[in-house]
Design a protein around this ligand. Structure first.
Ligand code: PLP
Length: 397
């Protein structure tokens, strides 16, 4: 459902203010600051005339409610003027699959960044292959060299900047310029930076996705996805959402909007603590390399500085060569860093990973065991002390 941003006349407001006010319709909310959690399937029409004409702001629960409208308006304001519409779906992976199914057809060719989220790869190699759509994975650092991979039937290029384990930073404007010259659409999984720190729709991306499970929700208590699109792609995405019948549950919509209200303060804290921890880790003798685009030493730092206005709290480290036993001793010793998948909540996390088990276009040989860290909202002094204990156990093992 396309909704207009009722704050579009006040574009001079700073983004922090937009995040707090956009999508708030105080009169419709009868004075309350937050919209009601509208649970609904049926919408009653006032008379036969309205029924025949499908007249009315809302027509059926799956197509939208006052709760979804509030969140969509707020997300559109966050994405900026290039955004023509936002779809709400039940998970980040559903945002990926829904977007791809909305724009692809049998016989098409798809290009996907080799550092993409692993379930994206599984969806392409699984269901899309069965539907007669061919995927080629490409080097995330390919830039304008993507031209060599475009075939007459190439329909979409999908990027993730940076990759959420290996953190290579694709040059999205360079890739988008080549793609558009060939009539190819660009999809970006923008979960790491969120539209607050990366306005991908302003940089040539046609469809920008979020696993709103992560920073939009921000509290590790929902599964949620959003699909934002520009004027060119929104009609396809909107139709795809309608045909597939995907929609999000009312409680999750409400929690996503509640998370969005505090995104700016949370993300600033994740950024600052993340950078401080990254610098501290870079100075540790056990660490070979820190993979954080916000660090001057990162190969993607110049692109990050050019295209992003901030960094979130997720990055990786490569340890000096060590046994599995030593790595496990670290993992079993840390207490504030929980071991678990997902990220973007208020809590710190650590997970070991090995991209070599699934990458197909580029090698992954970082020179030692790799760990991904999410820096939460705890005190950085406590987090450093916790990791220092972990390193003691690592060294002793
Ligand atoms: C988590 C994640 C997803 C999938 O989101 P879910 O809500 O878990 O389905 C997609 N892309 C990236 C980069 C992610 O980290």
């Amino acid at each position: 459902m396309t909704v207009l941003n009722h704050n579009s006349g006040t574009t001079s407001l700073d983004i922090e203010t937009v995040l707090v006010t956009a999508g708030r319709d105080t009169a419709a909310q009868k004075g309350f600051v937050n919209p009601p959690v509208v649970r609904g399937s049926t919408v009653l029409y006032p008379n036969a005339d309205a029924l025949h004409a499908h007249r009315g702001e809302f027509q059926y629960g799956r197509h939208g409610t006052p709760t979804t409208k509030a969140l969509q308006e707020a997300l559109m304001a966050l994405e900026g003027p290039s955004c023509a519409g936002v779809g709400l779906v039940p998970s980040g992976l559903s945002a990926i699959s829904t977007a791809l199914l909305s724009v692809l057809k049998a016989g098409d060719h798809l290009l996907v960044c080799d550092n993409a989220y692993r379930p994206t790869r599984n969806f392409c190699n699984g269901m899309l292959t069965r539907y007669g759509i061919e995927t080629t994975f490409f080097d995330p650092l390919i830039g304008a060299g993507i031209a060599a991979l475009i075939k007459p039937n190439t329909r979409v290029v999908m990027v993730e900047a940076p990759g959420s384990q290996s953190f290579e930073m694709p040059d999205i404007p360079a890739i988008a310029a080549v793609a558009h010259a060939h009539g190819v659409l660009v999809i970006d999984d923008n979960t790491w930076a969120t539209p607050l720190y990366h306005r991908s729709l302003d940089q040539g991306v046609d469809i920008s996705l979020q696993a709103a499970t992560k920073y939009i929700g921000g509290h590790s208590d929902i599964m949620f996805g959003t699909i934002s699109a520009n004027e060119k792609a929104w009609p396809l995405v909107s139709e795809g959402i309608k045909l597939l019948g995907v929609c999000a549950g009312p409680d999750d919509v409400f929690l996503a909007l509640r998370g969005l209200r505090t995104l700016a303060v949370r993300l600033a804290h994740h950024q600052n603590s993340g950078l401080e921890m990254a610098r501290w880790l870079a100075a540790r003798p056990e660490v070979l390399e820190v993979l954080h685009p916000g660090l001057e030493s990162h190969p993607g730092h110049a692109i990050w500085k050019r295209d992003f206005t901030g960094a979130s709290g997720l990055f990786s480290i490569v340890l000096k060569p060590a046994s599995q036993k030593a790595v496990d001793a670290l993992l079993d010793t840390v207490k504030l860093f929980g071991m678990g998948y997902s990220w973007g909540g208020f809590e710190s996390l650590v997970i070991p990973f090995d991209c070599a088990t699934y990458r197909s276009a580029t090698p992954w040989a970082p020179g030692g065991p790799a760990l991904r860290l999410h820096i939460g909202l705890e005190s950085v002094d406590d987090l450093k002390a916790d990791l220092a204990c972990g390193f003691d156990a690592f060294n002793a093992a």
